[in-house]
Design a protein around this ligand. Structure first.
Ligand code: ADP
Ligand code: MG
Length: 321
């Protein structure tokens, strides 16, 4: 490996997640501009702090519409569109349930069924009123809350890709807590492709089921092992079933989406969680540009086809099915 082809790795923590940027030029200044840009979007979109554009909408629930900036409005529109189809497991109005479960935060417990039932009534995505002309968002009932946690990181990963392209960077990688966006191909080694590790669920940090190799693609993984807690022998993880208010419970340990845009990956990991393997494969068969890798509890690794990536199995206790 010649020295001018080495990768420079910059990391930080934002949005409660580890953030990694890889560049092929040493450029602290560019890295800190990337991190500032992520922070700017986090400041607009977060619901884990008292103030943000999204929190302003939530705080005005039951009272009045709130005008928001263009990017926030566009992202909410997109989140609403994927939430509306009948049976969609994606629900951007799921905030009251997420807040109640507090999965991934202190103070988590299994809420009583009657509380969940009452909160479910406040999570109908059809109730959210968008006004294009005023660029405003209105939550008509007190207690309603928008949560963009299932789409924001993917969206921001694409913003960073576009920012880097705008600065004539055509080979780089950004990882926002499992939402990876790659630009071009790495200059060194790697057979001309980025190697993205697929983590072994519930194992030590570095354990990998295998390696996903891509160029110029996003690779987004969401797993039940990322944020969860255990009570009375049951695991409760952070993707909730909008129909029941409880964490989704099926054969999946993780879903990875390979696509051009990380926002599609972030949306579809959540959708695939809701559908499970069989329905998920049927759904994606009409969308060749969005590909999935399912990892199941019985240790199978299942691909939707066709494949614009290669996969190398490292953990032989899993089998490709
Ligand atoms: P992560 O990258 O943290 O795994 P995901 O993209 O899987 O995130 O989204 C999980 C987050 O989305 C949760 O932490 C919560 O904020 C929110 N969420 C949970 N269930 C749903 C759902 N059914 N639809 C939309 N958002 C959800
Ligand atoms: Mg997601």
């Amino acid at each position: 490996m010649s020295s001018d082809h080495r990768a420079y790795v910059y990391s930080t923590v934002l949005m409660g997640s580890p953030i990694v940027l890889k560049l092929f030029e040493h450029d602290e200044n560019l890295a800190s501009r990337v991190f500032r840009l992520i922070k700017r979007y986090e400041d607009m979109l977060t619901v884990n702090r008292p103030h943000s554009e999204v929190m302003d909408i939530n705080d005005a629930a039951g009272r009045h519409p709130v005008p928001v900036s263009q990017p926030v409005f566009e992202l909410i529109k997109r989140a609403r569109a994927v939430s509306l189809p009948d049976g969609s497991c994606f629900n951007f109005a799921i905030g009251p349930l997420v807040k109640r479960w507090k999965i991934g935060f202190n103070g988590r417990s299994v809420p009583p069924a009657n509380e969940l039932r009452d909160l479910l009534a406040l999570t109908n995505p059809h109730d959210v009123v968008l006004n294009e002309r005023a660029r405003s968002v209105f939550l008509p009932r007190t207690g309603m809350e928008i949560d963009l946690g299932a789409i924001a990181k993917g969206y921001i990963a694409d913003v960073i890709r576009d920012f880097l392209h705008g600065h004539a960077i055509h080979d780089a990688l950004i990882n926002l807590g499992g939402n990876v966006q790659t630009l071009g191909a790495p200059r060194n080694g790697g057979q001309g492709a980025w190697a993205i590790g697929l983590k072994t669920p519930f194992s030590h940090m570095d354990a990998l089921i295998g390696i996903i190799s891509v160029t110029d693609k996003s690779v987004v993984t969401s797993g039940v092992y990322e944020r969860y807690f255990k009570r009375n022998g049951r695991y409760y993880h952070h993707i909730l079933d909008p129909a029941t208010g409880y964490p989704l419970d099926n054969e999946l340990l993780s879903v990875t989406i390979v696509s051009d845009d990380a926002i599609d990956g972030d949306i579809h990991t959540t959708l695939m969680y809701g559908m499970g393997v069989e329905k998920g494969l049927a759904y994606l068969s009409g969308m060749p540009h969005i590909e999935a890798i399912f990892v199941t509890r019985d240790r199978r690794v299942i691909f939707s086809s066709p494949r614009q990536f290669t996969f190398t199995l490292l953990d032989q206790s899993y089998r490709i099915a």
